[in-house]
Design a protein around this ligand. Structure first.
Ligand SMILES: NC(=O)c1ccc[n+]([C@@H]2O[C@H](COP(=O)([O-])OP(=O)(O)OC[C@H]3O[C@@H](n4cnc5c(N)ncnc54)[C@H](O)[C@@H]3O)[C@@H](O)[C@H]2O)c1
Length: 217
């Protein structure tokens, strides 16, 4: 298959890119290198089935030419840092919601029908039940980051309904691993240790499949 991966130079998407290539797929990666690092793509760039496009998703006209011919979009590019939202009140809106809208429009324009989106467990705010089930009611939003991701989810749902697309929404909880660049390992490992027994995953089927992964204590 031919995959289009946004944010391909970032922590999660660069690992995803390597995984897709290892499975024998073609990958076009798109990234503006704002928080991503080109060295994370060293291995991918040695693979003839990988193509890197340096570009900004807010520069909407750049997306469709890069996306055309893809079978599936993994949309992971974002301002992934939940901190500092109130210091930059429009950043999450632009990087997370409008960038997603631009990806969806490019998909509509080029006839690409399937998208997987990296959302966040933060949409549940200060959830009262831990581990938080997928159908937990949404409390008041507690960050501009989560609000922007929830809006992006809504656009994906509406595009699925309106234009016959298929969406997969993953609400990640804190992920750690090789190439992680935010925060400090000492704090992260400390908080990880108490809840490191693995992941549960639940999914519901519809035109939009929501997949929520949460740690089990
Ligand atoms: N890491 C986690 O624990 C976690 C938790 C929940 C959700 N997520 C989500 O998963 C995704 C990946 O997170 P990550 O930790 O790998 O972050 P990351 O910052 O390492 O990767 C994001 C990538 O997107 C690129 N990017 C940002 N804005 C862009 C734009 N306008 N145009 C093109 N490229 C752009 C950056 O350069 C970077 O390479 C994000 O959507 C994030 O919100 C991550």
């Amino acid at each position: 298959m031919r995959f289009f991966v946004t944010g391909c130079a970032g922590f999660i998407a660069s690992n995803l890119t390597d995984g897709l290539l290892a499975l024998g797929h073609d990958v076009t990666g798109f990234d503006n290198l704002s928080t991503g690092r080109i060295e994370f793509l060293c291995e991918a760039k040695r693979n003839p089935r990988f193509r890197f496009v340096e570009g900004d998703l807010l520069d909407a006209v750049r997306i469709a030419p890069a996306l055309a011919g893809s079978d599936f979009v993994f949309h992971l590019a974002a301002n992934a840092d939940v901190r500092f939202g109130v210091e930059h009140p429009t950043r999450d809106l632009h990087q997370n919601t409008i960038a997603t809208m631009n990806v969806l429009e490019a998909m509509r324009e080029t006839g690409v029908k399937r998208i997987a989106f990296a959302s966040t467990g933060s949409v549940y705010g200060e959830a009262e039940i831990i581990p938080t089930p997928e159908n937990h009611p949404f409390p008041v939003q507690t960050s501009l980051y989560a609000a922007s991701k929830l809006a992006a989810e809504a656009f994906i749902e509406a595009y699925c309904e309106g234009f016959g697309m298929q969406g997969y929404i993953f609400r990640f909880v804190s992920i750690l691993g090789e190439r992680y660049t935010m925060g400090t390992w000492s704090i992260s490992i400390g908080s990880c240790a108490s809840t490191r027994n693995g992941w549960t995953c639940s999914a519901t089927g519809s035109s939009v499949n929501r997949i929520y992964m949460c740690r089990t204590a």
